[in-house]
Design a protein around this ligand. Structure first.
Ligand SMILES: [Zn+2]
Length: 228
């Protein structure tokens, strides 16, 4: 399996959330707290549009996303658990992708709970309203103060329990509970191969191998080693 985070999408032009230049160094994370959003949708929606729809919409999968899709096609990868909400794994052709924190592709009405494909919702007038009941629409990714959907949590945990190797790519696992996924593999005797730009909380405690470098180059090389 692979467990991915923001670092795998940086080469696609998507800024990470944490660290210098990250989204949370520019925008106040409190505005992306669910309660604040519900009280001030007219303030938060223009930010959501700018960060998650205008820029993400133009992003394309990079060599790392494509290499993982190739690995799955060759039956060497059972699936991906990603913390990213950019859907670039699916754009690369990966089939089994558990989006631990949801995605920008769907929106949910806060009133009648119906889900909509984000492509079908116009963002010309903000905040966007539910086509059925006129309620407030929220992107279907996890806001601060919101829990992870239990179905995706169980699917991700099951995948980890069945995996003998976990590729940890572009994440230091600072966000829990997502960050615990590699430990499930490790605790059952599996091997952790970490690919990151610099060492993380996994490197000296959990990782069996640490490949230091950019995801695009490193994942491609690794996949070439496996598939020839
Ligand atoms: Zn509705």
């Amino acid at each position: 399996m692979a467990f991915t985070g923001a670092g795998i999408s940086v080469e696609s032009g998507i800024p990470p959330f944490r660290g210098p230049g990250g989204i949370w160094s520019i925008y106040d994370p409190e505005k992306f707290e669910k309660g604040y959003f519900k009280r001030h949708p007219e303030e938060v929606w223009p930010l959501l549009k700018k960060i998650f729809y205008d820029s993400f919409g133009r992003a394309k999968p990079n060599a790392a996303h494509l290499a993982l899709a190739e690995l799955e096609q060759a039956d060497k990868l059972a699936g991906i658990v990603t913390q990213n909400i950019d859907s670039l794994h699916q754009a690369a052709g990966s089939q089994v992708v558990h989006e631990y924190h949801g995605s920008t592709r769907r929106m949910q009405c806060m009133q009648c709970r119906t889900y909509f494909d984000a492509d079908a919702i116009s963002l010309d007038t903000l905040p966007p309203r539910c086509p059925s009941c006129g309620g407030l629409l929220k992107p279907d990714f996890v806001f601060f103060g919101e829990g992870v959907a239990s179905d995706v949590h169980y699917a991700a945990t099951d995948l980890a329990k069945q995996s003998d190797v976990c590729l940890v790519i572009g994440t230091g696992g600072q966000v829990v509970p997502a960050g615990r996924i590699p430990y499930i593999v490790k605790n059952r005797g599996g091997v952790i191969i970490e690919i990151n730009l610099s060492d993380t909380g996994y490197t000296y405690t959990t990782s069996d191998y640490f490949l230091e470098g950019k995801a695009g180059a490193m994942v491609s090389k690794l996949v070439r080693c496996v598939l020839g």
